[in-house]
Design a protein around this ligand. Structure first.
Ligand SMILES: Cc1cc2nc3c(=O)[nH]c(=O)nc-3n(C[C@H](O)[C@H](O)[C@H](O)COP(=O)(O)OP(=O)(O)OC[C@H]3O[C@@H](n4cnc5c(N)ncnc54)[C@H](O)[C@@H]3O)c2cc1C
Ligand code: FES
Length: 267
């Protein structure tokens, strides 16, 4: 884990409130894996807590962050210019298990859950067969996908309003794929709104498919030093910042408690 001032080389609006920041981070880029996150410091020191943001991509010595401008901290990030520095801490957390070869994989990203997907796919695509289902509430929410490398990947896009791709949600597409596919799916990776991930996890468990979910909890320290991000799992209390954010769905999801259709739209 590193703590460094890194130089911003790009910070652009992708659509609506969605932004992409690229920074130079030599050592950090060498030691980061998909699904890990960084704690980004605000320049306004009245905002004491750093903001947890997933690693979106690594491109040489460049780290990418895809973020949504919501509250005061992330709004401040949108104002940062090329050449300025930002203090970042990471990589943090465990990341997805990408040590796989020759597997039949489904990756599902919904809304801001698209953040860790670009680097995940990049790591898996050369050695595995991948179907990616990407969903968002509207065209702006899936615009970032234009920057992904989908070569050799089967792609399905959904939006809640039908402004691009199939009108509907990622979970319905997953159900259709599982019905029509005769090849066994080895693993599903997902990141997105909680109800969407829980619905995906339920379907995975019912079909006996391994599933990794990336959880989001409010975080104060990001480094296991407080109890801000503790959750109760089937293996006891776990800290999302340290034991996660990626978990095996079977460790956290009681399938009987999940409504398969419950609020599983893309945002
Ligand atoms: C592991 C992890 C990875 C994340 N990756 C991304 C990402 O790649 N892109 C992205 O846009 N967002 C991501 N988030 C959510 C992001 O951290 C929050 O949207 C952001 O911290 C909100 O800060 P703010 O300044 O906009 O809001 P404020 O309301 O000003 O935040 C106040 C405080 O609450 C915390 N907080 C508020 N919402 C959240 C939240 N959803 N999760 C955790 N802390 C929160 C803030 O960090 C801050 O300490 C991630 C969260 C986690 C836990
Ligand atoms: S955020 Fe402090 S322990 Fe996880």
């Amino acid at each position: 884990m590193f703590l460094e001032d890194v130089k911003i080389i790009e910070n652009i609006q992708i659509a609506d409130n969605y932004y992409l920041m690229r920074v130079e981070g030599d050592k950090m880029s060498q030691h980061s894996k998909p699904g890990q996150f960084f704690m980004l410091q605000c320049k306004d020191r009245s905002r004491v807590l750093r903001r947890p943001i997933s690693l979106h991509n690594v491109d040489g010595n460049i780290l990418e962050f895809y973020y949504e401008s919501l509250g005061k901290g992330t709004k401040e990030f949108t104002k940062l210019s090329i050449g300025e520095t930002i203090n970042i801490q990471g990589p943090l957390g465990n990341g997805y298990d990408t040590d796989l070869e020759g597997k039949n994989i489904i990756v599902i990203g919904g809304g801001m859950g698209m953040a860790p997907i670009k680097y995940l796919i990049k790591n898996l695509k050369d050695n595995n067969d991948i179907t990616f289902i990407g969903g968002g509430k509207n065209v702006g929410a899936v615009k970032i996908m234009e920057k992904f490398d989908f070569e050799n990947i089967k792609l399905k896009v959904t939006t809640d309003d039908g402004s691009v791709g199939i009108k509907g949600n990622t979970v319905d597409i997953l159900k259709e794929i599982l019905k029509s596919q005769n090849k066994k799916i080895d693993i599903i990776y997902t990141c997105g709104p909680h109800p969407m991930m829980m619905a995906v996890a339920k379907i995975a468990q019912e079909n006996n498919i391994r599933c990794q979910v990336s959880l989001e909890e409010r975080m104060a320290c990001g480094i296991k030093a407080c109890v801000g991000c503790s959750i109760l799992t089937k293996k006891g209390m776990k800290k999302v910042c340290y034991d996660g954010p990626v978990f095996e769905s079977t460790d956290i999801v009681d399938v009987d408690m999940v409504d398969p259709n419950g609020g599983c739209n893309n945002e």
